[in-house]
Ligand binder design. Structure first.
Ligand SMILES: *Cc1c(COP(=O)(O)O)cnc(C)c1O
Length: 355
């Protein structure tokens, strides 16, 4: 049975969190002399002279309206990357505990594990890029604290089978993190409505992809109030800056505009997938539930360099397990996608180069 106190690091359980001036005083006052700010303002806009809300309540209120979960179930990070790091620092004892990842997948789970001196067990996805449940069961041991799942997965683009994820959630007594960075582009629905059923479930989402706000660095984690409380306990107090909080809150008011972008990107993805298949320059276009396509080609490096010569940068993912000779191509604007297709049209068919 999942028991949060069994897995939380002892130093975190006993930690008295930093209490900022804005934690200690809520609401409006006339004079703020409590935080050593510059009361005169700044060379920029006046409203950057005050520390931002450490609890990000206005922004969480907007998120609540869209996601249907209350603030006590929401953690906001300086990108999902901060949420990933904080999960390690909260739940994995360095040099002792381990986590499981399922490659090929997002690189930060392993990087962050290394930074935190947490061992990584790798259970590769099947050739169809789904979970290998038997291998997963074998890999988990008494020191396994987190299983990282990414659905839709980066760089493969596919969503993991929902029933497999449910099986993991029901049978693992550590945290199961589902990274849903690309869920807005997917036919699969989010696990957010299932939060109440699984106290060990953490869902990561981000404003960096569908919402188009990668530069603002706003990542979201949704989980039980107990997990979120621990994450908030160890985050830097002002981890989301004022400009990002304000701009993200504004953007969250534009759901219709974002839905329209998602519709365009999904239709462009499907157009691109069909055109790439028809052109015959790629061996295989993997099915995608995201805003990118993974394609297998005869010679990934050669095509990569060719596209670069045409001013088009894609990602060579050949070094990832199961991704030999694969390029990851983000869906661009319709005009950008046309440029890609016309470059590919000009790409010499055979790998034999003429003298
Ligand atoms: C892009 C991406 C993220 C987003 O990270 P941010 O730090 O929020 O920008 C998270 N997970 C995956 C799998 C991604 O591809």
């Amino acid at each position: 049975m999942f028991d949060i106190n069994r897995i939380v690091r002892s130093n975190i359980r006993n930690l008295v969190p930093y209490s900022s001036a804005r934690d200690e005083f809520h609401g409006e006052a006339k004079v703020y002399l409590d935080a050593n700010e510059n009361s005169l303002g700044s060379p920029l806009l006046k409203w950057y002279n005050r520390y931002p809300d450490p609890q990000q309540l206005a922004l969480k209120e907007k998120i609540t309206r869209i996601k249907g979960v209350t603030a006590e179930h929401i953690f906001l990070g300086n990108g999902s990357d901060e949420a990933i790091d904080i999960l390690y620092r909260a739940f994995c004892e360095p040099g002792r505990d381990n986590v499981v990842i399922c490659p090929p997948t997002y690189g930060m789970y392993e990087v962050s594990a290394n930074i935190n001196d947490v061992a990584v067990k790798k259970v590769p996805l099947t050739p169809g890029f789904q979970l290998d449940l038997e291998a997963l069961e074998e890999a988990v041991d008494a020191q396994t604290r987190i299983i990282w799942l990414c659905s839709p997965n980066n760089p493969t683009g596919n969503a993991l089978d929902r029933s497999d994820i449910e099986l993991v959630l029901n049978n693992f007594d550590g945290l199961v993190v589902i990274d849903e960075a690309y869920v807005n582009f997917s036919r699969q629905r989010s696990f957010i409505p299932d939060l109440a059923d699984y106290p060990n479930l953490v869902i990561l989402q981000t404003l960096s992809k569908a919402w188009g706000l990668a530069a603002l660095r706003v990542g979201m984690a949704f989980s039980s109030a107990a997990v979120i409380e621990i994450m908030n306990r160890i985050k830097p107090p002002y981890n989301i800056n004022e400009a990002s909080q304000k701009l993200a809150a504004d953007a969250l008011g534009e759901v219709e505009q974002v839905n329209e972008m998602i519709r365009i990107l999904v239709s462009e993805r499907d157009r691109l997938a069909a055109a790439l298949t028809d052109q015959g320059k790629v061996i295989w276009v993997f099915p995608s539930d995201a805003n990118f396509l993974l394609v297998r080609v005869p010679d990934a490096r050669r095509l990569y360099e060719f596209l670069l010569g045409r001013g088009i940068v894609v990602r060579d993912r050949s070094s990832q397990p199961g991704c030999a000779d694969c390029l990851r191509i983000t869906v661009g604007t319709p005009a950008e996608n046309d440029l890609l297709l016309s470059a590919l049209h000009d790409y010499p068919d055979s790998s034999v180069s003429l003298p």
